[in-house]
Design a protein around this ligand. Sequence first.
Ligand SMILES: [Zn+2]
Length: 236
Amino acid sequence: MRLADTFPKVEINGLREFTLDEIGDEHLFTSLETPMKADAHKMNNDEKKKRIAFHFREIMETLGLDLTDDSLNGTPERVAKMYVEEIFSGLNPANKPKIALFDNKYRYNEMLVEKNISFYSNCEHHFVPIIGKAHVAYISNGKVIGLSKLNRVVQYFAKRPQVQERMTVQIAKELQSVLDTENIAVIIEAKHLCVSSRGVQDDTSTTVTSYYGGLFKDNNKLTELHNYIFNNQFTL
Ligand SMILES: [Zn+2]
């Protein structure tokens, strides 16, 4: 029996049935919200790190590694700390960036684009890195935010097990809510290491996803945005 046959089939979007194995390899996803348990935030960080370290030690030992070796001995604790405090810290709403708004005193109602925001995330199907760049734009509805906050919102949603399409929408929806405007655009281009280092082992392809809200649905605005991002190579 193939391993895939042992996974139950589930229905996605009513189209056809997929095995859970196929969902992972085709990077399908079921929700725009990160699927979280109801009691996700009951455990404190120290407890989480203890549990993850215990189980990661089990994985390493199952793989046959000798954890009495000094090089490997501290790895379970290092991985646990990295998961909770760094690469998956965006699962904890307490780490969501606090965003102060300013009045748009200068009546700057044109497009603001923050481009080439680099980020590291991880694929939720394989737990290996997604490396990419996000371009974020908004047209003010009377409020403005500090430029670094656009970057921080991207980093917050990147630091979760992710699917690129979901991450794109999550960033857009958060900025729409904070800036109280539909006029948000997010474009993400990323390389998925689960595609390059395993599976089809394609090292050159990248994935592009986008979200265009409000005025960004207008063709002229869209062309202007794409010109800033893709045709205007500004070098310092
Ligand atoms: Zn993957």
